[in-house]
Design a protein around this ligand. Structure first.
Ligand SMILES: [Ca+2]
Ligand SMILES: [Ca+2]
Length: 474
């Protein structure tokens, strides 16, 4: 009996000790940031000193990809830990409406940590289209807006559009949303925490409108270098693949001779996002939580800046799918520190990775793999390629050196990244690559969940777009 009690007391102590030692998580979500950052080298004039420093202190996943190239499906995949082809969450949903049923079925990452004894704090854009719910968050920042001010004649704007605006703002820094979101994070880091915490900071830039404080425009060079673009790049695309390139904005920017201003505004917004990320990370470093807090930084998808005549996202090409992704964990001083992982890695792995790093067991349904082996050794092979879904039936399979896209109408693309990092030359119809294509095709997702609800969805692509049209006709 005595032995039994000692055993129980020891077990309770061990569990208690583990819980006490559980790391805090600083979860930095960024909206629409592509690889135009110093640490990914996507644009030579990017100003991202704070994220570059972070990449130098942690693991820089240089070949990371979103699960879907749109805010809503990308965030749903990451936060629920389930691929669109397993959940049916392919298109955009207003999170509040569609998720009432899903909340019973799946557990979001913040709720998962909350259920496991964490205090969870959120600010800014974490989910798409909805702020936090009480079941997920101990506390969530309620934002109030301040009207943006501009100096007339500066920047570029289409008509009076508040969204298609590419202008320097003259407001005080503290009036901008991302400043407030970061300040909330700083406040949380200055608090006494009796429990481990999960702090989510949702930076909303560089999402449209591309407006940012004037000083971040002024800090950029006068001339902005355009990305490398191949004329007629889309000529080797057929069917749905060709449809994904929407030249509307490209035509408008060319007509207005505005591309340079648009790209400069995007770089200014990235620099502004970086500034606010730096404020939070610097505060963490000064705090007593510095050594026991994992930082994970990711963007929900990339962005086209004129490549393949496309502006924005919503494509299965590198510009849309490649994302910044860094994990910094100082608990093992010998481990991380400025290393790169060049394997193709999906953000679907974030859920299992953070759980694994915190010693927690994930729900059965969660997709992906823990990246703890790759954090120890970036050469350790990942078991799965990165999958990217854009609409039911449209899938991309990305491995370290290849991309294969297969669309619902049978159109295909194959790119050899060792020779063609811009994805200019579609090899899908070249018989020399038949065996490589077959190998990639065999990796396509085997499961295809029915779409959750076509009626409440927006921004439909692939089979969903065709099915919604049929529904309308009925
Ligand atoms: Ca986004
Ligand atoms: Ca091409």
């Amino acid at each position: 009996m005595k032995k039994f009690i000692i055993l129980i007391v020891t077990a309770v102590l061990v569990v208690g000790l583990q819980a006490e030692k559980r790391p805090n998580i600083l979860f930095i979500a960024i909206d629409d940031m592509n690889d135009w950052t110093g640490f990914l080298g996507g644009h030579p004039q990017a100003m991202t000193p704070n994220m570059d420093k972070l990449a130098n202190e942690g693991m820089n996943f240089t070949n990371a990809h979103c699960s879907a190239p749109g805010c809503s499906p990308s965030r749903n995949a990451l936060l629920y830990g389930i691929e669109p082809f397993n959940s049916g969450l392919y298109p955009f949903y207003n999170h509040k409406d569609v998720h009432i049923g899903l909340r019973k079925k799946y557990t979001t990452l913040p709720k998962f940590f909350k259920d496991n004894g964490y205090n969870t704090y959120g600010s800014g854009k974490i989910h798409h289209g909805q702020n936090g719910t009480d079941e997920e968050w101990t506390d969530y920042l309620q934002l109030s807006g301040v009207k943006k001010e501009f100096k007339s004649g500066e920047g570029y704007q289409i008509g009076n559009s508040s969204k298609m605006s590419f202008r320097p703002t003259t407001n005080a820094l503290k009036d901008h949303q991302d400043y407030k979101v970061a300040s909330y994070g700083i406040d949380i880091l200055n608090k006494e925490h009796g429990k481990p915490f999960f702090l989510a900071v949702g930076i909303v830039k560089p999402h449209l409108a591309f407006d940012a404080p004037k000083q971040f425009f002024d800090a950029l060079p006068e001339r902005i270098e355009p990305p490398e673009i191949l004329a007629n790049d889309v000529d080797d695309l057929t069917g749905e693949a060709g449809r994904l390139s929407n030249p509307r904005d490209d035509k408008q920017f060319k007509k207005d001779k505005a591309w340079e201003r648009v790209r400069k505004s995007y770089l200014a917004c990235i620099a502004w996002a970086d500034y606010n990320i730096g404020r939070v990370v610097d505060e963490l470093k000064k705090s007593k939580y510095a050594d026991n807090t994992i930082i994970v930084l990711w963007s929900d998808h990339g962005y086209h800046m004129g490549e393949k005549q496309e502006f924005r996202k919503f494509t299965l090409w590198e510009e849309s799918t490649r994302v910044p992704f860094i994990i910094r964990d100082l608990r093992n001083k010998n481990a991380a520190q400025g290393r790169k992982c060049t394997q193709a890695i999906s953000l679907i792995n974030v859920y299992k990775t953070l759980a694994d790093m915190s010693g927690l067991k994930v729900p059965e349904y969660v997709d992906g793999r823990s990246l703890v082996p790759q954090l120890k050794d970036p050469e350790e092979p990942v078991e799965l390629p990165a999958y990217i879904s854009w609409g039911k039936g449209n899938y991309s399979v990305r491995t370290e050196f290849w991309r294969y896209n297969h669309y619902f109408d049978g159109s295909e693309e194959l790119y050899d990244h060792a020779k063609d990092q811009h994805e200019w030359h579609n090899l899908a119809s070249n018989p020399e690559y038949n065996s490589q294509k077959a190998k990639m095709k065999a990796m396509l997702p085997q499961n295809e969940a029915p779409t959750v609800s076509l009626q409440t969805a927006t921004l439909l692509s692939g089979q969903d777009r065709v099915d919604a049209k049929k529904l309308k006709k009925k």
